[in-house]
Design a protein around this ligand. Structure first.
Ligand code: GDP
Length: 205
């Protein structure tokens, strides 16, 4: 996919802020520090864009970026900050639930897991949570350059095992540093966008 334009649209902290213009949405979820901003910047070919999400006041928000005037990248707030109260964690869950209810089948989720660290209990929780709101995410293993080629398969198998992910679903190794996986992930996103757009067209008819 050729990215011709990408721009920050808005931050949402409650349901009144969610966008509602029927463009498909690709939502990115992951533990804080998993490499989400680096991945987004790499996909979009823009160094500073995803940094917007980490500016004060936006880290706990859902941040929307409009790509090619056709679809949104939705940067979901990172989970797993060390010092998060129970209330805040509950708040995260509530915001996510209402986001998914609002976006419906328009949105597809990409879940990022650190290739070397593997799927932590928090990642498993996030994956299960997504399942509970009817989502089967595309799983991406970030910072793949940190895992030697010879250990790759074992690392990906471990993630698959922890998430209990179906064997037919591929885990995409990705490196913002080397560019590995960029093409593959765009291919996957493209496919999801096409199926989402054909559903939307079908509904209009
Ligand atoms: P975020 O909190 O999920 O947005 O994570 P960042 O994108 O800010 O990355 C967290 C840390 O991981 C930073 O120190 C990045 O330099 C590093 N990082 C991100 N992507 C990669 C990668 O592909 N390879 C390596 N080796 N490090 C990465």
């Amino acid at each position: 996919m050729k990215v011709e334009s990408s721009r920050f649209i808005r931050s949402a902290v409650s349901r009144g802020d969610f966008l509602d213009d029927h463009h498909p949405e690709i939502a990115f979820a992951g533990r804080s520090n998993v490499g989400k901003s680096s991945l987004l910047n790499r996909l979009l070919g823009r160094k500073g864009l995803a940094k917007i999400s980490s500016t004060p006041g936006r880290t706990r928000a859902i941040n929307y970026f409009l790509i090619n005037s056709r679809f949104y990248f939705v940067d979901l707030p990172g989970y797993g900050y060390a010092k998060v109260s129970k209330d805040e964690r509950r708040g995260w869950g509530k915001l996510m639930e209402s986001y998914f209810r609002h976006a419906g089948s328009r949105s597809h989720v990409v879940l990022l897991v650190d290739a070397k660290v593997g799927a932590t209990p928090l990642d498993v929780q996030a994956f299960d949570f997504l399942g509970s709101v009817g989502r089967l995410p595309t799983v991406v293993a970030t910072k793949a350059d940190r895992v030697a080629r010879g250990r790759r398969k074992a690392a990906l198998d471990a993630i698959r095992g922890n998430l209990a992910l179906d064997e037919r679903l591929e885990i995409i190794p990705f490196s913002a540093r080397s560019g590995e996986g960029v093409k593959k992930l765009w291919g996957e996103i493209d496919e999801k966008l096409r199926s989402s757009e054909s559903i939307t067209k079908g509904k209009k008819r």
